[in-house]
Ligand binder design. Sequence first.
Ligand code: PMP
Length: 287
Amino acid sequence: MSAVAKIWIDGKFYEKADAKISVFDHGLLYGDGVFEGIRAYNGRIFRLSQHIDRLYASARAIALQIWLTKAEMTALCEECIRINELHDAYIRLVVTRGVGDLGLDPRKCAKAGIICIADKIALFPAALYERGLVMMTAATPVHHREGVSPRIKSLNYLAHILAKIEAVAAGADEALMLEAGGGVAEGVGENVFALHGKVLLTPPAFAGILRGITLDAVWEIASAAGYQIREESLTRYDLYTADEVFLTGTAAEIVGVVKLDGRVIGTGVVGPVTKELAAKFKQLTTP
Ligand code: PMP
């Protein structure tokens, strides 16, 4: 983080060491809240309006009232990277139910807590983008879609963290998560694509995924480059037999997968289409 690290909480900027919230905040006590992870490239925030829309949709889905307008939230993100003198940045917006008591009744929380952090992020080391990820399927599934819908970017990431713990324990770089029915869902913080010939397949929103903003960008880039893209229910078979597999996400960007559950994907190296789309994504983010 830059030397002037300033974090915005509920209307004021604080130095990093002083940026603290109450232990009675229901975001901490119950994971009661929503968030966004957003990137800025060269001082320009990538697809900010989509992130803001998703944040407000997540909040609406958990009946959480955000006391900033979308325009104010947008301005806050801009201000946060400006004040921290960041050009390439990762912005974390968090909205919690706010400070309540030790019961879980959300009516005790008078006002949502809003936090904006601007920092840097490197999800995987650079060498992994060259080599490609080794993945394994986690036994922990994503949330059931009629439970905490995976479409809500909520503060409940425990299932995804458990999946990551499984992957790390097995010596893999990342976990593939399934939905409870056994279909392919997503990575722990990324969406997944499988290339078969000129067709890119990705699981549909009802398969228990967070609908990624990077997924949408890749969709646009890939269709402009002549690939067909289809949302289809996938099983692991569709990944094992793919020519290429890659993950997409704000933090991960585009990263190839070379092995899944001990099966070599395609030729075992990051494939040409993954590389082509990653290069085009870079042009899109940093023109
Ligand atoms: N799935 C999950 C569970 C995630 O946390 C993320 C990261 N936000 C994604 C997918 C990818 O979404 P995006 O491209 O919008 O970052």
